[in-house]
Design a protein. Sequence first.
Length: 276
Amino acid sequence: MKASITKNKILSITFATSSILLLLLFWIILTNIYNNSLIFPSIGQIFTSMKEILSSISSLKAIGMTILRSIIAVAICLVICLLITSLYVAYPLSVNFFKPLIRIMRSVPLAILSIFIFILIGSKKGPYVITILMTLPVVFEGLILGVNEIPEGITDELKMLNVKTSQKIIDIYIPMMNPYIIMSIVQALGMSFKVLIMGEYICQTKNSIGKELYNIKIDLDMASLLAYGILIVIIVFVLEIVVNYLKWFTFWVFFCIIEPYNIKSSKKVEQNDIFK
């Protein structure tokens, strides 16, 4: 069993490495065919630009601020969706109120929404609102799916026992929905980062990757553009790994801290009832 798992991991790493090497080979062929560094800069030029970006304080500040904005936007989005999901658990028909709004958010083109929000709110708060509105459908659908996947036997038993909605959500729904919550966060982080950069680009937000890309467009610096593209991919990949590790931390917090505390509290209540 262990040998087969190790073999699968080795094969997965081999295929992933092969695809990256194939992409690099394809780019080398293109640079040699066209021989135009303005359109197809060499790999050496791209990595030189990346080194310059990482050694520039203003560029690092822009990257850091964009990452922070992305995390804040996803956190706000998650809180909103958890509140909607709680309402759905208490009143299942309430989801019909939100479904049309979610469909509208999913259908509106990013460019139109970005320009509208920029005119309405401005460049400082605009990217946050744009990112929240665009990532909301992803998190919403993930959490609603998580609720619907809970077995009917459990939900029926909770109804019979007349358990409070808040207790149902904390003790039953959130632990059982944990994989769906993590999946939604991972998808939202990847999407939010790209949406946020587009919003920053249109809104001309200070200290942002979007603003840096706008300056690159003016300078027609293709090497820096591709360098930022590679950095964005790496950042999203790292954020996804961090979120996946946080999954195990949330499991540990629930089963080692919250659940034992709930058991102790319930025992104290039972003892008090007996003495009464």
